[in-house]
Design a protein around this ligand. Structure first.
Ligand code: NAD
Ligand code: GLY
Length: 376
């Protein structure tokens, strides 16, 4: 097993006493025990992973933790979005408490965004808060969900509606774990990577147009560059607006549409979150063009790039019939970001120039979503 700590890149999320590092590089799983010990000392550690990731990576992480002097065990839960629920939360908390969870125990999330969100939420409420470390193993989690401290489970009323802002003590992104990620999941994470270019870095988007396919082909240099740039941007935004009172909302580019599409398709396999975000970003550009805010050429570039890398730009066939504009608008009205009854949208003045607004008239939305329903 190759270890090359020299190729590790470190980005710091700068939040005063809650600051932490994001370490990015190949085979960091084998160095995770030492990285944790450097920052937190030798600790009792509980790894929380899922039924896909655990069998591939848990043993390597356990060995690395033991070598660095940590003690601990692993809890494996079912893979899939359904684990971000009250039922799984209760079961996980009971498992931890039954085993004698102490304030000094460190929880380690080994997996994608589902494991990261559930573990983070659990860490934030167990014994009124224990420390946790993120070891993201999907591209989506490495570029987005493991950084910034949003934790959540879903409620019957909607996705991510129950949660906390609770920062990890360290994020370790082992780029080689992406080698076992199913291609569709890699592509879904790629959509969240492109988001950073579209919201605030046109040069990054230009690089992705030229070299983004390499990220999807598994080129380690391209993957590292993409993850590092995404984490730099996310860290910079979170440093300024940890609790999303302003600028952090830019990270939701495409998400108001995406959440409505996901709600309609049941948050399942028909449309992965990143795929919904891909369509949602196309819609955000289309809406911006329709409102006269953004040049049509920029929307075309976004569409062309997603098409070129195999990401969806149209909604899939609706599971129960036709897409219904009013139902989609109703879903948007239940979004967390609704303020005084008005839905928040992230719109653009061009590639790399996103802004937050809740000034979109429903008539404009209806026009846009009617076209969507016809295109499906
Ligand atoms: P996921 O955690 O469900 O992982 C996707 C699939 O890949 C799962 O089947 C998982 O078992 C498998 N997997 C993970 N890593 C693997 C690997 N290296 N090799 C093989 N299989 C692997 O999904 P995700 O896309 O990582 O995360 C989606 C979740 O993240 C959603 O619940 C979403 O709400 C949340 N999210 C949170 C934030 C945040 O800021 N907290 C941001 C974006 C998304
Ligand atoms: N993924 C959006 C955020 O972290 O704010």
């Amino acid at each position: 097993m190759s270890q090359n700590p020299d190729s590790t890149q470190t980005i710091t999320v700068d939040l005063g006493p809650r600051s932490y590092d994001i370490a990015i590089g190949p085979d960091l799983l084998d160095n995770a025990g030492a990285l944790i010990a450097e920052r937190l000392g030798e600790r009792h550690v509980v790894i929380i992973t899922d039924s896909n990731v655990g069998p591939i990576y848990a043993e390597r992480l356990e060995n690395s933790l033991a070598q660095a002097g940590h003690t601990g065990r692993t809890i494996q839960i079912d893979a899939g979005e359904q684990s971000k629920s009250f039922v799984y939360l209760e079961s996980l908390l009971n498992d931890l408490l039954q085993d004698g969870l102490e304030r000094g125990t460190v929880l380690v999330a080994l997996g994608g965004g589902v494991i990261g969100d559930l573990t983070g939420f659990t860490a934030s409420i167990a014994l009124r808060g224990v420390e946790f470390v993120q070891i993201p193993t999907t591209l989506l989690a490495q570029v987005d969900s493991s950084v910034g401290g949003k934790t959540a489970i879903n409620s019957p009323h909607g996705k991510n509606l129950v949660g906390t802002f609770y920062q990890p003590r360290l994020v370790i992104a082992d780029t080689n774990t992406l080698k076992t990620l199913p291609p569709r999941e890699l592509a879904a994470g790629y959509a969240e990577t492109v988001k950073y270019g579209l919201l605030g870095d046109p040069e990054f988007f230009g690089w992705l147009e030229a070299d983004g396919a390499k990220v999807l082909e598994g080129d380690p240099t391209a993957q590292t560059r993409a993850i590092v740039r995404a984490c730099e941007m996310k860290a910079e935004i979170v440093n300024q607006d940890e609790r999303e009172t302003g600028r952090r909302a830019l990270l939701n580019l495409g998400h108001t549409f995406a959440h409505a599409l996901e709600a309609e398709t049941g948050f399942g396999d028909l449309l992965l979150h990143g795929e919904a975000v891909s369509i949602g970003m196309v819609l955000a550009f289309d809406l911006s063009v329709a409102l006269g805010l953004c040049p049509a050429e920029d929307a075309t570039r976004v569409r062309d790039h997603f098409k070129a890398v195999g990401l969806p730009i149209h909604v899939p066939v609706h599971p129960n019939g036709n897409w219904n504009t009013q139902i989609l608008i109703d879903h948007m009205g239940r979004d967390k970001k609704v303020q005084a009854g008005r839905t928040t949208f992230i719109l653009v003045r061009g590639i790399g120039e996103a802004f937050v607004t809740n000034e979109v008239e429903e008539a404009e939305l209806v026009r846009l979503l009617d076209t969507l329903a016809k295109a499906a």
